[in-house]
Ligand binder design. Structure first.
Ligand code: NAP
Ligand code: GCO
Length: 263
């Protein structure tokens, strides 16, 4: 029988107080996993713990900035002591800055690369040695359509997410022989706080132009929801995907396959 169960597994989802990470962690808990998550602020960790509890999930929340290698190493050691060795890692924490490239400072560019690309490197590096010792591991990097496409104002984000696609392939290549599978999920346009500015109602009550644009560009003719990512994430975290490695699974309603509705 195909095994989609995560019973007995410890899953770390970074930046999972809310949004996509929260939905993925919830799905993992429903599949039997013990949930660990982090955020950069205690108040958000507490908010996240309350949100998980409201769903009947006893999660383990920690304050940790994924860009800080010392903090990450201490965090992973603490999790291994208090909860158990991490079987599943989802590198979800991420930010975006929407600024025309020529107006973006190098510091702003670096900040996006630091969180969206260096963070997954740092956290993956911290958990892989124990996965090797344990004889298995699953790493899922939350990529993006911007791992494949560019658009105005998101140069840093696209560079980071393009790099994250290749980091995914490299981890798969380097650690596949230890029964560690590293794959990506590439969400399309998902309704979360990160994309809220692209969906704001206009002063006259009309839809944001970008909102209408995305709906026209998506065969599913709708924005995705964090819940749309739950099944694909459980698949990639489970034994059912043990021979899937270095793959980016786009969960985008078909937008990458579609030229867009004729005007
Ligand atoms: P979100 O609502 O902005 O949530 C991002 C989470 O990451 C927040 O909990 C945030 O915590 C946390 N975070 C940010 N910087 C961090 C750091 N240095 N260390 C630890 N945690 C940090 O974003 P989302 O829409 O759920 O997106 C989650 C992931 O999916 C991101 O990687 C994003 O790039 C990717 N993605 C999103 C979409 C979409 O359409 N929404 C599509 C494709 C890919 P704070 O609140 O404390 O900042
Ligand atoms: C944007 C959006 C996108 C989505 C996502 C698409 O400004 O274009 O924020 O980047 O977040 O990454 O896959």
């Amino acid at each position: 029988m195909v095994n989609f169960s995560l019973e007995g597994k410890v899953a770390l989802v970074t930046g999972a107080s809310y949004g996509i990470g929260f939905a993925i962690a919830t799905a993992f808990a429903q599949a039997g996993a013990t949930i660990v998550f982090n955020d950069i602020k205690q108040e958000l960790v507490d908010k996240g713990l309350a949100s998980y509890e409201a769903k009947g999930i006893k999660a383990h929340g920690y304050v940790c900035d994924v860009t800080n290698e010392e903090q990450v190493n201490a965090f992973v050691a603490q999790v291994e002591k208090e909860v158990g060795v991490i079987d599943i890692l989802v590198n979800n924490a991420g930010i975006i800055k929407r600024i025309p490239m020529v107006e973006m400072t190098a510091a702003e560019f670096r900040q996006v690369i630091d969180i969206d690309l260096n963070g997954p490197f740092i956290v993956s590096k911290a958990v892989i040695p124990s996965m090797i010792k344990k004889g298995h591991g699953k790493i899922i990097n939350i990529c993006s359509m911007m791992s494949e496409l560019g658009r105005e104002t998101v140069s840093a984000y696209a560079a980071a997410k393009g790099g994250l696609k290749m980091l995914t392939r490299n981890i798969a290549s380097e650690y596949g022989e230890y029964n560690i599978q590293c794959n990506g999920i590439g969400p399309g346009y998902i309704a979360t706080p990160q994309t809220a500015p692209l969906r704001e109602r206009q002063a006259d009550g009309s839809r944001h132009p970008f909102d209408a644009f995305i709906v026209a560009k998506t065969p599913a003719a709708r924005w995705g929801t964090p819940e749309d990512l739950m099944g694909p994430a459980v698949f990639l975290a489970s034994d059912a995907s043990d021979f899937v490695n270095g793959h980016v699974l786009y969960v985008d309603g078909g937008i990458l396959a579609y030229i867009g509705k004729q005007p």
